[in-house]
Design a protein around this ligand. Sequence first.
Ligand code: SF4
Ligand code: SF4
Length: 130
Amino acid sequence: MNERFFKCKCCGHCCHGQSTVSVSMDEVTTISEWLGISEEEFRRRYCVQKKNRLEMRVVNGHCIFYGPNGLCEIHAVKPFPCRQWPLHPSIVVDKTAWQAIQKDCPGFAKDISHEEIVAELIRLGNFSKK
Ligand code: SF4
Ligand code: SF4
């Protein structure tokens, strides 16, 4: 993406909060293998079951994989929502969602309009207006 629109500041804000990222069953397999541990151990040490979804554990207000250097400790295999964020598809169809994400994420320029970011995302080919 054009850096005039977005450049990650590596602030870690998106890894903080009392609820964190969901992990799919495929991602449990991938991350466990990458860590060199069993899926059972991965779930026990790093995840918490919430109703119908599995989430990363929160430690000291941030995801358990948020490292002391401010970087993701499983960057190479992090879950899809982490790889996608902050370019969430809702930006294209929902101006309110865009305004919330733009406000929340310091990587987005504050002087770009909804029309401009939608045009940029469509230009990149990741999203459509459907
Ligand atoms: S909140 Fe935005 S700028 Fe900060 S780390 Fe996350 S994506 Fe990057
Ligand atoms: S898996 Fe990595 S990128 Fe995703 S929330 Fe945890 S620390 Fe952040």
